[in-house]
Design a protein around this ligand. Structure first.
Ligand code: TMP
Length: 240
């Protein structure tokens, strides 16, 4: 890498100072992921972002992990409700989510991107780094190999991390569960606060590993405000 003073920052959306037409600026597809602990508002942000991008003439597809294909959805089921209540090791979890991910990347995400769609995915490999790695104890260098293998090197262009105080997300989970809006996630919903604190810290740490890819959103704000922060970042990065 050259020292900053010698680098020329090229703006792909401008040519000799002239802004390219909107069609050309949008011709490149993008892969965006949403990450964060439980109850931070990823689904709400997903809906808002898809509407906002669609209004700008962008074809956008939403998906989630683990899941997104019939096989990956079956793995999700296995992962979230292990048969016979058998405990899964963190290594077993990493392998399961990776098997689901390879199906998802090859059969859904890459084809969508190749056919001109933007893709927004609720969770991706950063969740593996946090849940199975920093929280579950699987060494990160082993996970990196597995992630590269299961994604064939596909990385998000941008990751929004929804970050807020754990007591607030716990309150939101409680509210949505009692209104029947979400199915309980038995593994984490009833976990002690220190578990959620460690997950939050894990995400913030992973965001620090990839500072240019991550954008941290203050998820304690209202849902409109969170969406506004995210759209502003999309405009800033890609001149939408
Ligand atoms: P959710 O879709 O309701 O967020 O549930 C997915 C759960 O799976 C959540 O608790 C996080 C967990 N998970 C992992 O442990 N590792 C992963 O790689 C992914 C994608 C999810």
């Amino acid at each position: 890498m050259y020292p900053r003073a010698f680098r020329v920052d090229i703006n792909p959306y401008e040519c000799f100072g002239v802004r390219l037409p909107i069609v050309e600026r949008m011709s490149q597809t993008r892969f965006i992921t949403l990450e964060g602990g439980e109850g931070v508002g990823k689904s709400t942000l997903m809906t808002g972002l898809c509407e906002w991008l669609t209004q700008r003439g962008i074809n956008v597809r939403q998906t989630r992990e683990p899941g997104g294909t019939p096989i990956a959805d079956a793995i999700r089921q296995l992962f979230k409700s292990p048969p016979g209540g058998e405990a899964i090791t963190a290594e077993g979890e990493a392998l399961l989510v990776s098997a689901a991910r390879t199906q998802h990347v090859v059969n859904v995400i890459r084809p969508f991107l190749h056919s001109g769609n933007w893709v927004i995915c609720d969770r991706f490999a950063d969740s593996t780094r946090v849940y199975q790695g920093l929280f579950g104890g699987v060494p990160l260098n082993e996970l990196e190999w597995l992630i590269k293998f299961s994604t064939a090197g596909l990385e998000p262009d941008l990751t929004f991390l929804l970050d807020c105080d754990v007591s607030l997300s716990a309150q939101r989970i409680g509210g949505r569960k009692s209104s029947g809006e979400i199915a309980p996630n038995e593994r984490y919903d009833n976990a002690a606060q220190h578990v959620h604190d460690r997950l939050r810290e894990g995400f913030r740490k992973v965001a620090g590993f990839y500072p240019s890819r991550f954008f941290i959103l203050d998820a304690s704000r209202s849902k409109d405000d969170v969406l506004r922060q995210a759209c502003k970042e999309l405009e800033r990065r890609w001149q939408l």
